[in-house]
Design a protein around this ligand. Structure first.
Ligand SMILES: *Cc1c(COP(=O)(O)O)cnc(C)c1O
Length: 398
């Protein structure tokens, strides 16, 4: 019996990818075993995070890193670090920023629901540019001079949401920002694979970069990575770690938190509600090591094999299967199932709904239902689920 069934909850077949709503990535045996072993011993979290910092730094080519409570918490902590730096009084007051600079400039076409995570630290987002392509009113994207135009004494940082098509380039934004001594916080939560992004995004000079641990990295669903400048990681760590100790006894590893730079020990900070457990830290580090050591094309090939089976299994169904090829060969292809009956029929919504009611329930990608298309993403699908998935699809498509 599934552990979830023991609690009266039915597990699903996830053909939607490592999305948060459906539990993120499936973890490998090695990661699960590492977490299980970690749960059986005690360790000072600060020392463990200090070691995690070194490992993340090595893998990302940055000065330091922190295991966070998801990439969303990495955004909050990154913003908190930029807002408070080493000022203990500012840390204590966040999200109240008082008279200190609190504006983060962000391109209007990069605004998304995760900006809540940045604002939670006390940042105030200031939009730059327009969204002319989506609104059909023009052909240009946000330009560097527009960012520069908005920089003022109130500016604390720049928020940049990384994606393959983002404009202007991160490097251009970083160069401009640094000329004004403004740090850049990058949301790269879902930008793995390609594996090279782990180093290429920080190599732009961006001050802090956030990655998700529970998506393609294959770590615990609730983890993320914040990496970048040592002084900012120190501030983020100080604002997250439990601080109930005596100043005279407190001895964090100096490469992680150099206490000679501090006038005292801050109280619990804004990140205390985003704590990460020892099991999660060990799980994330194990997943990270696996991610960088295995053949980067392996996962994509595995997904393609599953999708081939699904495509063959639907050969005689009233639908058309099309490959949705990724931008990078390390990313997994997806299979688009185009239903017959025209765009406006709403059939895809109906089929997706019926699939969710099935035994077992099947959740397909729902991003293109309005185009009468089911999207199959095989990254969180197990090989032993493919046959059941095909029968459910066949039953619902007929
Ligand atoms: C998934 C995602 C996040 C949040 O990551 P979590 O690890 O789930 O907290 C933030 N930003 C973007 C662009 C994402 O895709």
């Amino acid at each position: 019996m599934s552990i979830y069934e023991e609690f009266g909850v039915t597990p699903i077949i996830n053909a939607s990818g490592t999305v948060t709503r459906l539990g993120g990535a499936l973890m490998s045996e090695a990661v699960v075993a590492a977490m299980s072993a970690a749960a059986r011993e005690s360790v000072p979290i600060e020392t463990l995070q200090a070691r995690a910092s070194q490992i993340i730094a090595e893998v990302t080519g940055t000065q330091a890193g922190l295991v966070t409570n998801g990439a969303a918490a990495a955004l909050t902590l990154g913003a908190a670090a930029i807002l408070a730096r080493d000022h203990l009084g500012r840390m204590e007051r966040l999200p109240d920023t008082g008279q200190h600079p609190c504006e983060f400039i962000v391109s209007r076409d990069q605004r998304n629901g995760y900006d809540h995570a940045v604002r939670a630290a006390g940042a105030r987002l200031v939009d730059v540019g327009y969204n002319e392509i989506v609104s059909g009113a023009g052909v240009r994207r946000t330009e560097v001079w527009e960012y520069e135009e908005l920089i003022s004494p109130r500016t604390a940082g720049i928020l940049y949401v990384f994606s393959a098509g983002a404009q202007p380039s991160l490097r251009d934004v970083v160069d401009m920002a640094h000329a004004h001594r403004i740090p850049v916080l990058v949301d790269a939560a879902g930008e793995l694979p390609p594996r090279a992004h782990l180093t290429e995004i920080p190599a732009t000079g961006a001050d802090l970069v956030c990655f998700s641990g529970g998506k393609a990295l294959g770590g615990p669903q609730g983890t993320g990575i914040l990496c970048g400048q040592q002084s900012l990681i120190r501030s983020a760590a100080l604002q997250m770690l439990d601080q109930d100790d005596h100043w005279s006894l407190w001895s964090p590893p100096a490469h992680f938190i150099d206490r000679t730079r501090l006038p005292g020990l801050p109280r619990h900070g804004i990140g205390r509600s985003m704590k990460v457990s020892k099991e999660e830290i060990v799980g994330l580090l194990t997943a990270l090591r696996l991610f960088v050591s295995r053949d980067p094309a392996e996962q994509a090939a595995l997904c393609r094999r599953r999708l081939h089976r699904i495509r063959e299994g639907l050969a005689d169904c009233p639908c058309e299967c099309r490959w949705d090829e990724p931008e990078h060969p390390e990313e997994c292809a997806r299979l688009d199932i185009l239903l017959r009956g025209g765009r406006a029929s709403g059939a895809a919504f109906e089929v997706a709904g019926r699939l969710r009611q099935g035994h077992p329930p099947v959740y397909v990608g729902h991003g293109r239902l309005q185009e009468n298309t089911l999207v199959i993403n095989a990254t969180a699908l197990r090989d032993d689920q493919v046959d059941a998935m095909i029968s459910q699809l066949r039953a619902c498509l007929r």
